[in-house]
Ligand binder design. Structure first.
Ligand code: NAP
Length: 300
């Protein structure tokens, strides 16, 4: 029998606003807080209660979820003045679902444990569509028994919930996912440049390669958009760069060379230099066009 969770949800951005709503739809009471208060109005309409700070969320709830931006943002809402830990009662559970540093995650979890609060890291893959449809892939680090207790709440947001290991392991697996996304992206734009330069029809190239051993999520989902010249996000260059920074910092800490990831990060830096921060990651095709002096995407 699932515990009666009173869920607090912090961060109603592109992801959090849908995830919190899906928790409510699954039958759990939800209290929300967002830094920009106007974003809470939509949640009030579907039935959420609101709090005036992360501290108040924690005082009123026994399961607190954070879905904010980067590592410093998570630290602020959890460890800061009026943060979750200043209000959480012993026995509460804290789940951070943002994508942040595995190392920082372990530090935050240790601070939470000092206050009798169990923390899981549970970053997600699946984007805004997965968040809306409740079909996210959720990778969890932390105590397996705690995960089993909160699983019904996670099931409201995701279709795949995998226990990856101790605290930080969820973020580590997410980092692996982002390495793969980055390198698949690079493989895709190089294949596009090669096909175009050789005069092969791009749609035909895609038709074959998406079904072959070189296929990838990027090729199947972003390839057709490149062929049409549609570079809107999807997943933005800004967020991919945040994630690759986390990967490369962690690799540095482990003294692990990640040559391919570093190249992708620098190529995406060039996309940013040309004003593409908010484009989808497949805007990497523009850099490839310049490198190879080849026009690949249809121009208006
Ligand atoms: P977003 O739309 O930019 O929303 C970010 C949310 O975090 C907003 O509610 C924002 O509040 C809040 N926030 C940021 N910094 C804060 C701070 N210092 N203090 C308090 N609140 C703060 O981002 P998102 O797309 O929902 O992504 C959230 C997390 O999920 C990120 O870690 C991202 O990497 C990860 N993720 C995103 C996707 C995706 O496709 N978007 C996919 C997988 C994982 P305001 O409203 O006040 O700005």
């Amino acid at each position: 029998m699932a515990k009666d969770w009173k869920v607090g949800f912090i961060g109603l951005g592109i992801m959090g606003r849908s995830m919190s709503r899906n928790i409510y739809r699954a039958g759990f009471p939800v209290t929300v807080w967002n830094r920009t208060p106007s974003k809470m109005e939509e949640a009030v309409k579907w039935g959420a209660l609101t709090a005036s700070s992360p501290k108040e969320v924690a005082q009123n709830c026994n399961l607190i979820i954070t879905m904010v931006g980067d590592t410093p943002d998570v630290r602020e809402v959890i460890e800061g003045e009026n943060g979750v830990l200043s209000g959480a009662r012993p026995g509460s559970v804290l789940i951070d679902m943002s994508t942040i540093s595995p190392d920082a995650t372990r530090e935050i979890a240790a601070r939470a444990a000092e206050r009798g609060v169990a923390m899981l890291d549970a970053p997600v893959s699946g984007g805004d569509i997965g968040a809306r449809n409740g079909t996210l892939s959720i990778m969890v680090g932390g105590d397996a028994e705690v995960l089993e207790k909160v699983r019904p709440v996670l099931e409201a947001m995701g279709k795949s919930i995998v226990h990856c290991g101790p605290v930080g392991a969820g973020q580590t697996v997410k980092a692996c996912n982002q390495i793969l996304c980055g390198l698949n992206l690079l493989g895709m734009v190089e294949a596009f440049a090669f096909a175009k330069k050789a005069g092969v029809d791009l749609e035909k190239m895609l038709q074959v390669t998406t079904q072959g051993a070189g296929g990838s999520w990027a090729l199947s989902n972003l390839g057709p958009r490149i062929a049409k010249g549609d570079l809107a996000p999807g997943f933005s260059v800004r967020f991919q760069q945040k994630d690759l920074r986390i990967v490369l910092q962690e690799a540095e800490r482990m003294e692990l060379p990640l040559l391919g990831t570093a190249v992708v990060q620098q190529l995406l830096r060039s996309v940013q230099a040309y004003g593409g921060n908010d484009d989808g990651t497949h805007a990497l095709i523009r850099v490839m066009e310049q490198l190879g002096n080849v026009s690949i995407t249809p121009k208006e």
